[in-house]
Design a protein around this ligand. Structure first.
Ligand code: TXA
Ligand code: MG
Length: 343
């Protein structure tokens, strides 16, 4: 299958490109498109055969449900029921935006593989001009996971989607680099108090200001308790080819680690803030300014993907602050590293 890439810039009339993308979707095909978090791989959420193509293209396990994207807040009542007051407050405060709400699905409306057999569904209204234009043109719910091959870092550029999925999907809408860079916060509002299932751009603090107490499981603790017998099997998500090790952002520690690894014949890639860019290493990848966590979030997946284009056999990635979106960045880094630390 040939994969076409359609550029959608703000400065030109893109209506033909949207029409083409909508035609693909209405004809039961999948289309990759940008959101404010990462690129998604979309299909009409009520079309089971189309949704199956998402799983096939990504090689995604079928027991992992998909997020349904909508173009207006009102549409949420078409596909879900019993929407609690806290959910409404969240929609008012954070939609459009990087917050996925887990709600009770109306039965027999969405394609079965969207919910993977659950009675609930994750819904979000993305805050990205291209995604909104697409959704508001087609006026249908679009199921979309991140548009990467399963296990790889999520795509933050159209070229990342192309690298992973060219030949397997017909169309990519190229809207440039995404802004936030890590996937949306997933909040389960079917239980009280609500629980953060995945940290993202909307933080616990932001949520609690609007709806009061929210539970955020200790993701690190969870990992220790359920470390699988075959490490990496369960937790190497978001991962480049070479193994990732987390390291504290301290110059002496980093330099010692690089020396030790190079003595073991390793080629080392270092993902670290710009004030470490003078450290001698095989490959240096910028993690932006150490005190700019939004920038680090935006750069993370592109940097992890860039490692695959080097001859690095080991990746050292410095830890970040846990403030704001830093919680999500560290969560993804921990997963990419499968719990490995360089000490
Ligand atoms: O930012 C994002 O959320 C991106 C863009 C494309 O919107 N999408 C994304 O989708 O990250 P995906 O499929 O890679 O991640 C969806 C997450 C998974 O962890 C999935 O298990 C969870 O949401 N999820 C979806 N439906 C759920 C449900 N009914 N109950 C619990 N978790 C659910
Ligand atoms: Mg994903």
């Amino acid at each position: 299958m040939k994969t076409i890439q359609l550029k959608v810039n703000e400065n030109v009339d893109n209506s033909e490109n949207y029409t083409q993308a909508v035609d693909y979707l209405n004809n039961g095909e999948v289309v990759a498109f940008p959101t404010e978090t990462v690129y998604g791989l979309g299909a009409v959420a009520t079309d089971e055969q189309a949704v199956q193509k998402i799983f096939a293209a990504k090689q995604r396990p079928s027991d992992n449900p998909l997020i349904v994207h909508i173009g207006t807040v009102e549409e949420v009542t078409l596909y879900t029921e019993g929407i609690p007051e806290v959910a409404k407050k969240c929609m008012d405060a954070f939609w459009p935006g990087p917050l996925t709400l887990i709600l009770e699905a109306k039965p027999n409306l969405l394609a079965p593989s969207v919910t993977a057999g659950l009675t609930t569904v994750g819904v979000r209204m993305p805050n990205h001009a291209v995604a909104l234009q697409l959704l508001q043109t087609i006026q249908k719910p679009i199921a979309a996971p991140s548009a990467n091959r399963s296990g790889k870092p999520s795509p933050t550029k159209a070229s990342h989607v192309y690298e992973d999925l060219a030949g397997s999907i017909p169309c990519i809408l190229d809207g440039g680099m995404t802004g936030i860079g890590v996937e949306s916060t997933v909040l389960d509002v079917t239980i009280t108090p609500p629980v953060i299932l995945r940290p993202g751009g909307v933080t616990k603090e932001m949520l609690e200001e609007v709806i009061g107490p929210v539970l955020e499981p200790n993701f690190e603790q969870q990992k220790i308790e359920s470390t699988p017998k075959a490490p990496g099997m369960k937790y190497t998500h978001y991962a480049p080819n070479a193994p990732v090790y987390l390291i504290e952002p301290e110059r002496a520690l980093i330099e010692r680690a690089i020396n030790q690894l190079q003595q073991q014949q390793h080629k080392v890639a270092l993902l670290a803030p710009v004030h470490f860019n003078d450290i001698e290493v095989d490959t240096y990848l910028s993690f932006g300014e150490a005190n700019d966590i939004e920038q680090m979030s935006a750069l993370l997946y592109d940097a992890l993907r860039a490692c695959d284009k080097t001859d690095a056999t080991v990746i050292l990635a410095t830890t970040t602050s846990q403030q704001g979106v830093g919680r999500a960045v560290m969560n993804r880094l921990e997963k990419a590293a499968g719990g490995n630390w360089y000490k």
